[in-house]
Design a protein. Sequence first.
Length: 256
Amino acid sequence: MEPKELDQMSAEMALSTMVGLLLSAVVGAFLAILVLPAWLPALAGSLQGPAPKAYWYLARASGLVAYVLLWLSIVLGLMITGRIARLWPGGPVAFDLHQHTALLSLSLSLFHALILLGDRYISFTPARIFIPFASVDYRPFWVGWGQLGLYLLALVTLSFCVRRRIGHTTWRRIHYLSFVVFLMVTVRGLMSGTDTARAGVRVMYQTAGWSVLGLGIYRALAVWMFPAFRKWTSALFGKGSAFSNERSRPLQGRSP
């Protein structure tokens, strides 16, 4: 994708948007730990007992949702670069969804980590949560692997906010790390996820993995490897094709 085409698709994500959502995740985690037991006394036995499970459940649920959002962001990115997004939902919409699903995934990943401060069974500390491989009580290698993935995801997401400042080439190179992040968190989930044994969760991982692999192969064929295949996809999904529509055009200059 050319820089001009990318700039036409969407405005650069505002840094305030990213900071606001991340702060919301932090505040939400601490509200759950400090305030929720007082507001909902019926949960006090679960939240404040010697082995409170509610925080563990919140961590598991937020981690799974964060993974699904990361998968959606990867899929949307591959649809954009493979020109499939011209069919649906349209280039500008797909790019906005792409960057905002990545930001939501990062926010929920941060919540997923911070909410464990309320869990007394494993006794996570801020240092064990934020320093890779510092955890000693629960599968330290794979927890550290996930922590590295969180920091790489933060780097990729931050690049949305500084895309024009760092230049298209640098931004694109950073963006390729999203595939590394996806692979890391998928392996981490398979190796140490509490819910991996559940059939539904296994189907989720398989669906995510195979779909990303399939779209990645399509993108490699369409963009890098075979000029004939690239010419065919350009004719099929390009602006002048029978499949192109108003949604695939830049937003600038439209009347409300």
